[in-house]
Ligand binder design. Sequence first.
Ligand SMILES: Nc1nc2c(ncn2[C@@H]2O[C@H](COP(=O)(O)OP(=O)(O)OP(=O)(O)O)[C@@H](O)[C@H]2O)c(=O)[nH]1
Ligand SMILES: [Mg+2]
Length: 308
Amino acid sequence: MFNFFKKKETDKPEENKLKNALSKTISSLVGNVINSVSGDIPTEYELDDIESMLIKADLGVDLSVELVEKIREQKIKSSQLKEFLKQEFIKLLDVDVEPELKFDKDKLNVYFVAGVNGAGKTTLIGKLANKFKKEGNKVLMVAGDTFRAAAEEQLDVWSKRANVDILREDKADSASLAYRGIDKARNEGYNVVIIDSAGRLQNKFNLIEELKKIKNVISKKIENDNLETLLVLDGTQGQNGLNQAMVFNEALDLTSIAITKLDGTSKGGIIFSIAKNLKLPTKLVGIGEGIEDIAPFNKNDFINALFE
Ligand SMILES: Nc1nc2c(ncn2[C@@H]2O[C@H](COP(=O)(O)OP(=O)(O)OP(=O)(O)O)[C@@H](O)[C@H]2O)c(=O)[nH]1
Ligand SMILES: [Mg+2]
């Protein structure tokens, strides 16, 4: 049984951890909004304020305007505002796609991790490798960021922390390294391969072309295996992340998103914006710099953390 992605009813500490990490987002998206109204029905002035607050929480302009319009039209009372927001947020997350990270213990599971520099790719790979390893899997990391000098070293440190193997090679071509990583996994009985990639090349065009090449090579190697193409977005970057996601999705045909650095940001509204605009599931969230600071993105837990 792969426990990491199964909800554990008794897992209160995990829920508290998520709630703590989200504390600023909870204020920006829910607390401040609810506290901003005083009378029976929100006034026009208060509605304007709510709109600005939602935009600041990175829900996106369209969505913020749309929500406030609904509050106005449906004559939502101040006392109903919290429940109204909750129901709207639940609807937004109700994307019609598998929300759990692909994993099948009888297959080779390949995770190709992409994202702009500093988004948190390498850190996420360390955390994810650790989780998979603890669940009894044989994990191989591939140091696919061959561009930045210290990148392999950084992944190496994470491989030691997580106690998993790594395939690295100075100045290698990253697509060919990914190719060899999958071969190695097949030959040596690994069931999880996590491939890191560069976040910066000479320019953005080169980066996207390079990532496309790697994805192409990986796709050709995938037989009856699982491939998850994961985009890592920095949660503190808000709407910029949405634009990045569109570009990466176009190039790489993403299957999921991981949002990092949700701890300490008030801009967690980006999760709703992504769900609405991209129709791509957020499957993981990063909630700190430590190896355990990762959580599967569970819609109910997220909503509960925001509203309870
Ligand atoms: N607070 C917090 N910091 C994080 C989280 N994830 C990553 N970081 C920090 O973000 C910084 C960048 O993380 P990396 O994992 O190196 O990012 P990257 O995408 O691999 O960056 P490049 O290799 O330069 O493309 C590091 O200082 C991490 O410790 C998170 O969930 N919360
Ligand atoms: Mg990196």
